[in-house]
Design a protein around this ligand. Structure first.
Ligand code: ADP
Ligand code: TRP
Length: 321
């Protein structure tokens, strides 16, 4: 079984990315026969237009994953743009992707509504994602709920290709973790880089503390009972806790735990969970050669798989053989 996932280097990674994507994906490490993880820098070009930003975000993403426990000895990690087959397959897939399928993409509409330029790249984003997945014969794709439609589109495209050109692609399954389906941001909306409501995974301790302290609360009496289901601090804090500890914290909120105290505890939980990763990241950050080596090794391994798939695809459509 092969498990694969990609993450856009389009900003600073936050707790939504961690609990919604990085952590569930890492849980597959060791369980799957092969695990691939890539930094989708070509996708990021649809939103990041500043080259210095992109350079920083790409490197940060690699550092973040390694710090969060991604072991390059157990899995393949690489930059999407280092494996040219992604764009090559994207073109071939785009020649049989119905416009109607892309027009139904919720994510495209959302992004345009948010003010992102409606470019051809943004519109065909799901086709590049389909290429990312199909190139590696992935069986399982762990993603957040918002990406489910993209994986379903990948399945539709793969099925269409297989019907027209014969069995070529493995049909992938999305794997959604319902219990962390949407991590709320400091304002209670979905935590997202584009809403300015994130709590970053890494970065200056004081900035993280500031973000946690800025979590929106209502103006009830300090010691009044609070409903944990509508308390944003609790909704974020519970992600760090076991079921029993989360239930105990929920009771404390019902019994009037003060918001300020709840936030302080959330910050402590954050430091407990991410402290060791923060230390590891600080070490890795000093070793640029190692980072480049890891990315180059990953790309080399990925190219071997991608190259074999492309040969199959080109044969199927009549570009070779
Ligand atoms: P952002 O909304 O910050 O731009 P992305 O769209 O780049 O984040 O998401 C990257 C990955 O992280 C996706 O797999 C997505 O499902 C997951 N993710 C992002 N935000 C959240 C969230 N608030 N809750 C759960 N998962 C999330
Ligand atoms: N579109 C995904 C996101 O925004 C990132 C992504 C690109 C991806 N290619 C992928 C995720 C392949 C899983 C598999 O989060």
């Amino acid at each position: 079984m092969r498990v694969l996932s990609g993450l856009q280097p389009s900003g600073t990674m936050h707790l939504g990315n961690y609990f919604g994507s990085i952590k569930p994906n890492f849980e597959w490490l060791g369980k799957a026969d092969e695990n691939l993880f890539f930094i989708v820098d070509l996708h990021a070009l649809t939103t990041v237009r500043n080259p210095d930003d992109l350079r920083k975000f790409r490197r940060d993403a690699l550092l973040d994953f390694l710090a969060c426990g991604f072991d390059p000895a157990k899995a393949i990690i690489f930059y999407q743009s280092d494996v040219l087959e992604h764009t090559e397959l994207m073109w071939i897939l785009s020649t049989l992707t119905p416009m109607g399928l892309l027009e139904r993409a919720v994510s495209y509409k959302d992004k345009v509504e948010k003010g992102i330029s409606a470019t051809a790249g943004l519109f065909t984003y799901p086709v590049l994602m389909a290429a990312d997945i199909l190139l590696y014969d992935a069986n399982v794709v762990p993603v957040g709920k918002d990406q489910k439609q993209h994986v379903e589109m990948t399945r539709d495209i793969a099925i269409k290709f297989n019907n027209e050109f014969g069995d070529t692609f493995v049909i992938p399954e999305p794997q959604i973790r319902e219990e962390v389906a949407v991590v709320p941001g400091t304002d209670g909306q979905k935590m997202s880089k584009s809403y300015g409501n994130t709590i970053p995974i890494f970065g200056e301790e004081k900035d993280i503390k500031k973000a946690i302290m800025s979590i929106v609360t209502d103006s009830r009496e300090a010691t009044a009972p609070k409903d944990p289901d509508t308390t944003i601090t609790y909704q974020i804090h519970k992600l760090f806790l076991s079921g029993t500890d989360a239930a105990a914290l929920a009771d404390e909120y019902r019994n009037g735990l003060m918001y300020g105290e709840g936030k302080k505890r959330l910050f402590e939980a954050y430091l407990d969970a991410f402290g060791p990763m923060r230390a590891k990241r600080a070490e890795l950050e000093k070793n640029d050669d190692l980072l480049q080596q890891i990315a180059a090794d990953g790309a080399k391994k990925a190219r071997l798989i991608a190259g074999a798939t492309m040969e199959r695809v080109k044969r199927a459509v009549g570009l070779i053989g």
